[in-house]
Design a protein around this ligand. Structure first.
Ligand SMILES: C=C(OP(=O)(O)O)C(=O)O
Ligand SMILES: [Mg+2]
Length: 555
């Protein structure tokens, strides 16, 4: 049997299947209780608190990114809105397990309906719900083998952070999930652990427990009971690919020596270690809103100062590009009250929101000014006009921040890049939002995700236009959207004139290796060929013709 899903963490993993079948039963509809309502409510609250406590404890034990995710999940378990809903349902006569089931299901449906990153958080709520219900019924949750004889392929509907946080990399050969997407926790955790993973794989849950499975986290192929010779061949090819990728060292450059600094995207100090280990030359995008998520108060100026200083210290010779708060739309911030808007992605987000909260702005720019150095660069998200860029630059410069930039993620800014570049010192293209706005396709709506393909020709045109304007102005133009993490597209971006690339740390080695395989001229030819196409798929294929090094590296 062969299955096909979406490869989200590269590599070949094989071993016996361990199938995680979530078996917490749905509490019967209309189930009631016999005692007092208050007692039933207390029972429900105690279970919610216990689950939150367990998640938090696991978070502390796991540390790092997994720890942060688990602590956020623990907060969800005690969300005041959910708690009120559970209590109300019990007041209406429902037994605690059924009340928990209905309250969580309602919330998860709202989340799932919003698609994208938030949609994929629905699995987290399901996990909390199942844990609370299991506790109320006195059932144990299915655990994972603690000391397996050989690494196993973990198969599940989707994996919650609580399932994976304490896994040891040595015990797991691969993850295969029937649901989930590239931004699901399974994908994020797998990439962070360096374990191959395939998500959104129909039929995964039909894999019989214990049979041998081979998952290819690059192509998304899942082979059930593969021939031994096929496994040996795939493993050999993967080892060669990894060795070739690991052989490329040092700063980013093309085969003919054209330098392309390779930088890392981070959301907080916890990610600095991975960025350093992956050989990043600095930080190209510090998403500071991640320091502010899941909090009712903004972090103090001192806490922020330490978070920015940690990045400068982690890269003693490298630059650190900090983006000011990008709140709103897909990054809601509790302490910046959001106006009710029919289209939040088109509303008061990013710089527009930042401007409306002078205290928050002063605290952040003040914290940045306190660590100002030649290596610190500050940029604004969601800049639409030259006037906005000028205003931001003036606010920064007035505080002694001298290297100021604007993100190019709105088509108006790309079209008028020349004008913007007279106001700022550099630009950085955010291809995720630039695609969203160029193709009028909300990032959070799964149904239009085909219009977020970073190879779409109009997106390439906007990048080219911006890079050309920057070159004429003699100013740097980076890319810090997901596009930069695709090794073939990274070459195309360089060919379009982009001067640095910033990406999640895990993507750096492959991008470094592929760049080193091609000359600047090859990158230019690939870029020209891609732009001449009318679809993303054709652009990808046309670029590959000029990037022969991809095949040499097995990519
Ligand atoms: C880098 C970007 O910013 P974010 O993904 O944080 O919106 C982008 O939009 O491409
Ligand atoms: Mg953006």
């Amino acid at each position: 049997m062969n299955l096909r899903g979406v490869g989200v963490s590269p590599g070949i993993g094989h071993g016996p299947a361990y199938v995680l079948t979530v078996s917490v039963p749905e509490p019967p509809e209309g189930a009631t209780y016999t005692g007092e309502a208050d007692q039933e409510k207390e029972r429900a609250m105690a279970a919610l608190t216990q689950v939150a406590g367990e998640l938090e404890a696991r978070g502390n034990q796991a540390g790092g990114e997994a720890g942060e995710i688990l602590k956020a999940q623990a907060l969800m378990a005690e969300d005041p809105g959910l708690v009120v809903k559970v209590r109300t349902l019990i007041d209406r006569g429902l037994a605690a397990p059924r009340a928990v089931f209905e309250a969580f299901t309602k919330y998860r449906d709202v989340l799932a309906g919003s698609g994208g990153y938030l949609g994929e958080r629905a699995a987290d709520l399901d996990d909390i719900r199942d844990r609370v219900i299991a506790l109320l019924y006195g059932h144990a949750m299915q655990g994972l083998p603690s000391a397996p004889e050989e690494p196993y392929v973990l198969v599940a509907r989707d994996l919650a952070p609580a399932d994976t946080a304490l896994l040891r990399k040595e015990d797991v050969a691969a993850f295969v999930t029937q649901e989930g997407g590239p931004t699901s926790h399974t994908a994020i955790m797998a990439r962070a652990m360096g374990v191959p993973a395939v998500v959104a794989c129909p039929g995964a849950l039909d894999i019989p427990p214990g049979v041998r499975v081979m998952a290819d986290g690059t192509s998304g192929d899942v082979h059930v009971e593969p021939a031994e010779s096929d496994v040996a061949e795939a493993v050999g090819a993967d080892a060669a690919r990894q060795a070739a990728i690991a052989a490329a060292k040092g700063p980013g450059r093309t085969a003919d020596g054209h330098p392309v600094p390779l930088l890392a995207n981070i959301g907080g100090p916890a990610e600095l270690g991975d960025a350093v280990n992956a050989g990043a030359e600095g930080i190209g995008l510090y998403r500071t809103e991640f320091l502010f998520l899941d909090r009712t108060e903004p972090p103090s100026a001192e806490e922020q100062r330490r978070a920015y200083l940690a990045a400068l210290e982690a890269f003693p010779g490298g630059k650190v590009v900090v983006r000011t708060l990008d709140g709103g739309a897909d990054k809601p911030l509790a302490f910046l009250p959001a106006p009710a808007e029919p289209n939040p992605a088109l509303g008061e987000r990013g710089l527009r929101r930042f401007r409306k909260f002078p205290d928050v702005m002063a605290a952040q720019l003040g914290a940045l000014a306190a660590v100002a150095s030649e290596r610190l660069q500050v940029m604004a998200p969601m800049v639409a006009t030259a006037e906005e860029a000028a205003w931001f630059a003036q606010e920064c410069r007035a505080r002694g921040l001298t290297n100021v930039g604007a993100m190019i993620e709105i088509p108006s800014a790309a079209l008028r890049a020349r004008e913007l570049l007279t106001r700022v010192d550099f630009v950085s293209i955010g291809t995720n939002d630039l695609a969203q706005y160029a193709y009028a396709a909300d990032r959070q709506v799964g149904a239009v995700s085909a219009l977020h393909d970073p190879w779409l020709p109009a997106l390439l045109d906007l990048v080219a236009m911006t890079a050309t304007a920057a070159a004429r102005a003699g100013k740097p133009c980076g890319v810090c959207g997901e596009s930069a993490a695709d090794p073939a597209l990274a070459c195309v971006l360089v060919g379009l004139g982009v001067s640095s690339l910033s990406m999640g740390a895990a993507a750096l080695p492959a991008v470094r290796a592929v760049l080193a395989e091609h000359t600047l001229e090859q990158c230019r030819r690939a870029a020209e060929a891609a732009r001449a196409q009318t679809t993303a798929a054709h652009a990808r294929a046309a670029a590959r013709v000029h990037l022969s090094g991809l095949a040499r590296l097995g990519l």
